[in-house]
Ligand binder design. Structure first.
Ligand SMILES: [Zn+2]
Length: 115
């Protein structure tokens, strides 16, 4: 199905995010690679065969991006509050031998500021 993919301002942190707009069905997906904000509006079949929209909104608490030297990439949107333990754990994975440290990063977003 056709969709319009565009860069928008993240409704959560105000940085640039991506919006995928399926204009025919009015379904929509937004994801922000800066704060991890996620939004989706999808069509679900409801009672009496009527379609209804289901909205899902996940607050962003950061983004973890790990790039290996062989080019493999793992990206995780963090939709929960990170403890110092969590942050240490992520930082430790950056020190592994096969990790491309220049391309890997961890962004944490708490109380509307980037740490
Ligand atoms: Zn954002």
């Amino acid at each position: 199905m056709a969709s319009i993919y565009s860069a928008i301002k993240c409704p959560y942190c105000g940085r640039s995010a991506f919006e995928d707009d399926y204009y025919k069905s009015d379904e929509k997906y937004i994801s922000c690679l800066r704060c991890g904000f996620n939004y989706s509006k999808t069509m679900k079949e409801g009672i009496n065969n009527l379609f209804e929209y289901e909205e899902d909104r996940q607050e962003g608490h950061g983004v973890f991006s790990l790039v290996k030297k062989d080019g493999k990439r793992e990206m995780r949107m963090l939709n929960y509050h990170l403890t110092n333990n969590d942050i240490d754990k992520y930082k430790k994975t950056f020190l592994e031998k096969d990790v491309d440290q220049e391309k890997s990063y961890l962004v944490t977003y708490e109380a509307e500021t980037f740490i």
